[in-house]
Design a protein around this ligand. Structure first.
Ligand code: NAD
Length: 291
C-alpha cells in the first residue's frame, strides 16, 4: 500500500495560523510586535531567497521582521558589532544569522555572540546544552518541524526505534534529542556507520538528514515505517533543468513506508513556520522577564 503523504506545506499553514493568533495576543498584552532580525552576509542566491522568505513570513504573521543585507567583504568585527547592537536592542526578540557565512568570517564566533535568549535558530551552545540536558528552551527549527510532522503521522514514539541518519548540530543531533525526550530508542547514524541499510531497516521512524540525493533506498526501509526526509538536493532533471530531491528515493520508499514527507513540500516549509514559533517563544520569555 502506498504511504500516507505528510503534507508539510499544509501543516506549516496551520503552524503559521497558530503563531498569527499568538502574535495578536502578544501585541494585546505587551503593546508591541515580536521583532525578528535576519542577517545575510554576501550574495549567495539560495540564501537571498531564504532570508527574504523569512522576513516576509514574519511580517505576514504580524511580527516586525527586518532583513540586514551586508556585502560579502564585510569584516568579521562589523558583523559581530551588528549582532551585539541587536543583542542590546529591546525591540529585538529574535536574531538569525543566515548560514553559510563567507569563508573570511568565523561562523562559530558570530553564532556564539548571539544572545542565547534571542537565538531563534537554537544553535547557541547554551541552547544546545539545555536541549541535551532535557530542559529545552530555544530548539532548532527543522527538528521541531520534524517532530510536528511525526505528530501528524500519529506514530507512537514511546519505545519506538528511531534511526536518525546525520549528526549535524543543526538537524541530526537535535532531532535525536527530541526523539529521546519522547521516549524513543534512538540510534544516530553518520558517514562512518557500517551497513547503513541494515541499521535503517530496524527503524520504526527513520529521519534522513544527510544531503545526499536519494541515499535512502527501498531496501533501507522496514514495511510500515514512518520516513521523514530532511534532505534538499538539487539534481539534474534530465531536460537541461534541475529539480529538488530529498535524501530518500521517494517513489521506491513510498511503496514500503506507512507515511513519508515529500521533497519539496515536507520538512522545508515547517522550518520557517517554527522560526516564527521560536520568535514568538523568545518574545514571550523576554517580555515575561524570565530570561
Ligand atoms: P551536514 O552536512 O552538516 O551533515 C550531514 C550529516 O550526514 C553528517 O553528520 C554526516 O556524517 C552524514 N553523512 C554524510 N554522508 C553520509 C553517508 N553516506 N551515510 C550516512 N551519513 C552520512 O548537513 P545538515 O545541515 O544536517 O543538512 C542535511 C540535509 O538537510 C541537507 O540536504 C540540507 O540541505 C538539508 N536541510 C534541510 C532543511 C529543511 O528545512 N528542509 C534544513 C536544514 C538542512
Amino acid at each position: 500500500m502506498a504511504a500516507r503523504i505528510l503534507d508539510g506545506k499544509k501543516l506549516a499553514e496551520t503552524v503559521r495560523a497558530e503563531v498569527r493568533e499568538g502574535v495578536t495576543a502578544f501585541k494585546a498584552k505587551y503593546g508591541r510586535a515580536p521583532g525578528l532580525e535576519v542577517i545575510l552576509v554576501g550574495d549567495d542566491p539560495a540564501s537571498q531567497v531564504y532570508t527574504r522568505n523569512k522576513e516576509k513570513a514574519s511580517n505576514e504573521v504580524g511580527m516586525r521582521g527586518h532583513l540586514h543585507v551586508l556585502p560579502a567583504s564585510t569584516p568579521e568585527d562589523d558583523v559581530l558589532a551588528l549582532v551585539q547592537r541587536l543583542n542590546a536592542d529591546e525591540a529585538t526578540d529574535g536574531i538569525l544569522v543566515q548560514l553559510p557565512l563567507p569563508k573570511s568570517i568565523r561562523e562559530q564566533r558570530i553564532l556564539d555572540a548571539v544572545d542565547p535568549a534571542k537565538d531563534v535558530d537554537g544553535f547557541h551552545p547554551i541552547n544546545a546544552g539545555l536541549l541535551a540536558s532535557g530542559r529545552p528552551r530555544l530548539v532548532p527549527c527543522t527538528p521541531l518541524g520534524c517532530m510536528r510532522l511525526l505528530a501528524l503521522a500519529e506514530v507512537p514514539l514511546k519505545g519506538a526505534h528511531a534511526v536518525v541518519v546525520g549528526r549535524s548540530n543543526i538537524v541530526g543531533k537535535p532531532v535525536a534529542q527530541l526523539l529521546l525526550a519522547e521516549h524513543a530508542t534512538v540510534t544516530i547514524a553518520h558517514s562512518r556507520t557500517k551497513d547503513l541499510a541494515a541499521l535503517c531497516r530496524e527503524a520504526d521512524v527513520l529521519v534522513a538528514a544527510v544531503g545526499k540525493a536519494e541515499l535512502v533506498r527501498g531496501n533501507f526501509v522496514k514495511p510500515g515505517a514512518v520516513v521523514i526526509d530532511v534532505g534538499i538536493n538539487r539534481v539534474d532533471a534530465g531536460n537541461g533543468k534541475t529539480k529538488l530531491v530529498g535524501d530518500v528515493a521517494y517513489a521506491e520508499v513510498a511503496e514500503i513506508a506507512s507515511a513519508i514527507t515529500p521533497v519539496p513540500g515536507g520538512v522545508g516549509p515547517m522550518t520557517i513556520a517554527y522560526l516564527l514559533q521560536n520568535t514568538l517563544t523568545a518574545a514571550h520569555a523576554r517580555a515575561a522577564g524570565s530570561t
